[in-house]
Structure formats: C-alpha cells, structure tokens
Design a protein around this ligand. Structure first.
Ligand code: UD1
Length: 340
C-alpha cells in the first residue's frame, strides 16, 4: 500500500537520497524544507533520479501554526525528521541558534503527531556524535552516552531523549533514533549528491572540490593520533545504504506494530578508515592525485569511531552493502557533473 511519508529536510543530503528511495518504493512523499541549508534545484534532481514527484512545502518548522496547518492539509502516515543544523564548529559559536533550530521543530512535529487518529511512525536523525570518544570499538548501542562535546551533539542527545519520552506516553508515535556514522557518496544516477553551501566542513566534499580545482589543497587535521597512520578513523557509509536503512526502520515499526516502541540503531559499515585511507582510495578510484597538506588537529575531533552493526542487521534486516570505492566514485561523478 502506498502511504504518505513526511520527510523534513528532504532537500538536504541524506533527506534527498531517502526521498528517492521512498519514491522508488512507491510511497508518496511530502517534503518540508526551509532551504536554509539546501537548494531548490535538489527537487528537480529528485524527480530526475526517481521519475516521480514528491509534494514540496517550503516553510520553517519552528512555526507551529504552519506545522499544524500541514497536518490538516495532508494525511501523514509516517515522519522522517532530518531537518536540522549540523556544523559542529558553528554550533559552538551559535549555541542558541542550534538549540532553537534543532529542538523546536522536533517538539512541534511530535505535538502534532500525537493528535493524529492513526499510528505515525517517527524516525529521528541522530548521530554517532552522542558516543563522544567511546571506551570500546566497534561502538555498540550499549556504549554509554558521554557529555556532548558540542551544542550540535547535545541537540542530538536531547532530541533522542525527547523522542523517547514522547513515545513512552503517546501510543501512536512508535519511534526510532538512527545514529549515523559518516554518510558520504551520491546517488548512482549522479542526479543528487552532497551540496554544501560555502566551504565544505566534511572530508569527502572537501576532497572532491579539491580534485575539481575549486579548493587548492586539502588539510589533513592531524597525523599524530594513536592510529595506524596517525590520522583519525571514521566509519564512512554510502548515503544510498543509509537511505535504505530509513525504509527498513519504517517497515520495522509498521510490521512490529508495537505501541510505545522506541529504540536506537547505529547505521555504519562496521569498518574504520583513516583520513589517509580515504585520500588514497579516492586517488585510486578517480585516477586523480589529490594535493594535501598535514595540518593541526581540529578541535573536538575524536580519535576513532566505527559502528558495531549487528543490532540493525538482526532487528531491521538491514546492512550496508556498498563499498567505500563505490561511495567515493559516486561522489566524484557527482562533483564532476556539478561543474557542467
Ligand atoms: C562529525 C560527527 C558526526 C556529525 C558530523 C556533522 C563524530 C565522530 N562525528 O563528523 O556525528 O554528524 O560531524 O558534520 O563526532 N578532516 C580532515 N580535513 C578536512 C575535513 C575533515 O582531515 O578538511 C578529517 C576530520 O578530522 C575527521 C574526518 O576527516 O577525522 C571526518 O571529518 P568530517 O567529515 O568533518 O566528519 P566527522 O567530524 O567525523
């Protein structure tokens, strides 16, 4: 059966790929995005990649009147809530903007959802940042949550708690928090991909822009960490695999049909790669040599973070299948077509 899923932040990087995955599964999709960190051109990319059209509403979910109106205008059968700010450094300079922007819309959505007559599965975009520098690797969902290292990270911790507490009281919003490791890559069609506004903060878009000649060289943030080559280790996951996980999470909630259901899942590949590993893999798949320099450590970076993935495999019947080479190749193809 075709149901309508509200995807907030549906024109963002992970949001757009999830929208295409939902449309491919013949779901109806209602995107709400305020374009504060995305471009309207992504909508055309979604249509071109999927051959289908989502409904699009442009407004800011901090506005409760407009949010309530949305729930009157459409019959919403599920919510995937991506819309949020995500720059760790910026959040330390503008903490209140981060709390306001990442928490108010979440509360507004849950307040509306709990008033609906039917079940509204709710998927919350969280992050491995909630673990901080973990005691044990790979990181399982049982790893204790540490004091957040940034206001951004704190909005994810608080967000998870809000979702959990709401689900506990309101039977019609069974929920899942998904803790993403490092999403990279682009859709295989190269119609959608990562579109950072301004200077990219994340590694892979900085790499592809450097290879494309937009940036002079990549700075590797520190090579004196206690790792095999001195650079930080992360779990880089193809954004198409990540998109699929959202469908698996929605289906799990629908099929298990447990009121008050709440759980958290890591979404990663289970493999750790260093910054230099990624640079070398990129050079291999693109055939380009990448200019880079070794710089100072970046404040707030953890040494190593990669996922224990068995919980999602067992319960959601989902696992990442695409390789790092596929992810980097797709990111490079996307970057190259942007230039045209
Ligand atoms: C972090 C958070 C993640 C959060 C994301 C939001 C952790 C473990 N991860 O990702 O949860 O959602 O921010 O943006 O807390 N690097 C360079 N040069 C660059 C850019 C990055 O060397 O120009 C290095 C970083 O030092 C890091 C790796 O590349 O070791 C990945 O960095 P990035 O892509 O920014 O992601 P995280 O910081 O891991």
């Amino acid at each position: 059966i075709s149901i309508m899923i509200l995807v907030t932040g549906g024109l963002g990087f992970i949001g757009a790929h999830t929208v295409v995955a939902l449309l491919d599964k013949n779901h109806k999709v209602l995107i709400v995005d305020d374009l504060s960190n995305s471009s309207i051109s992504v909508l055309a990319g979604i249509v071109s990649a999927s051959g289908k059209s989502p409904v699009f509403e442009q407004f800011d979910l901090k506005n409760m009147q407009k949010t309530e109106q949305l729930f009157r205008d459409y019959t919403i059968d599920g919510i995937i809530h991506f819309a949020a700010y995500k720059a760790v450094g910026e959040s330390t300079e503008k903490p209140l903007d981060y709390y306001e922007n990442n928490i108010t819309p979440l509360i507004n959505l849950l307040l509306c959802a709990k008033e609906q007559p039917g079940q509204i599965p709710f998927i919350f975009s969280s992050s491995c940042t909630v673990y901080g520098e973990a005691n044990t690797l790979p990181i399982s969902e049982n790893e204790p949550i540490k004091m957040a290292m940034s206001p951004y990270g704190n909005t994810k911790q608080i967000g998870e708690e809000i979702v959990r507490d709401a689900t506990n009281v309101y039977a019609n919003i069974p929920s899942i928090s998904l803790r993403y490791f490092n999403p990279i890559g682009a859709h295989s069609s190269a119609k959608i991909g990562e579109l950072p506004l301004g200077v990219p903060q994340n590694l892979v878009p900085f790499i592809t822009q450097t290879a494309a000649g937009i940036r002079e060289s990549l700075t590797v943030f520190g090579n004196d960490y206690p790792t095999h080559d001195g650079t930080c280790i992360r779990d880089y996951i193809h954004v198409e695999d990540l998109a699929q996980a959202h469908i698996a999470a929605l289906e799990f909630i629908q099929q298990s049909n447990q009121p008050h259901f709440y759980d958290v899942f890591n979404l990663g590949t289970g493999k750790g790669q260093s910054v230099l590993d990624i640079i070398h893999a990129f050079e291999r798949v693109s055939g380009q040599s990448l200019p880079y320099v070794i710089g100072k450590r970046r404040k707030g970076d953890v040494v190593a973070a990669y996922a224990e993935t068995t919980k999602a495999e067992k319960m959601l019947d989902w696992k990442a299948t695409r390789t790092i080479d596929e992810a980097l190749y797709s990111a490079w193809k996307w970057e190259q077509q942007l230039k045209r």
